[in-house]
Unconditional design. Sequence first.
Length: 272
Amino acid sequence: MPGLRVFLLPVGIFYLIYGLLSFYLVPLPEGIGILPVLVAVVSGILRATAATIMLYNLQREEVSRVIPVVYTYPIFVAIIAVPLLGETLGYLQWLAIIIVVAGAVMVSVRQSPSGSTIWLGKPLLLLFSSSLFFAMADITSKYALAYISFWNMFSLTAFCISGIFLLVSMRPHILSQLSSMERRNSAIALLAFNETLAPVGIVLLFWALEKGLVSLVSTIVSSRPVFVVIFALILSRILPGFVEWQPGKGMLTLRLVAIAMIFGGITIIYLM
């Protein structure tokens, strides 16, 4: 895609369609108060903002580094949920959260041209901001889901994502870039495939949040970096150039250790 805003325009249209469809099939319950709806909207705005920051950095950094840092947000969720929602966590569950977050951060390291290991530089602050916004979005979603269904939550979130993305990208010159871009059809087809998978993940997230503790659900969802690293490694081998990642043996070993930490933390949560 020519740029981030050109990417956000069709994505915003996709989410508008998804939001309208799910809202038509599952309308808001009768007699619902204004507060749960407002909290759900705030949650959607926070999630859309976090996603925008994440996508901005994905344009500039490797996906195998961006996603792990963003998905350290369970530590923020746990810290906020305990006092605000009255959730209680045992020592092992806190240990599991710390292990998962530590593993996710370890995946974010990279090698300099000289071979030394370094962390993400200036983008790190933005990525942690995205992480914090995702945490706040999960907390507010958990509150709203006590009054509305996960389908209602998805509808309102889809409207917020669509509104913010279209507000940012709906410009005449963006439309012109989209219409004149090379290989437009293949790019839109890949984007359509991606935006078929992503809403399924969001719906499943809200379903899980409706059923379980927000701190533990968020921690399990933060296992996403594991799959990102695995898929990035596979794609870098079978489709060179599809993702820009060719790790050396040392870096690959470090990331495999991080993956083991993430799986170990999730196992502790599951067994509890």
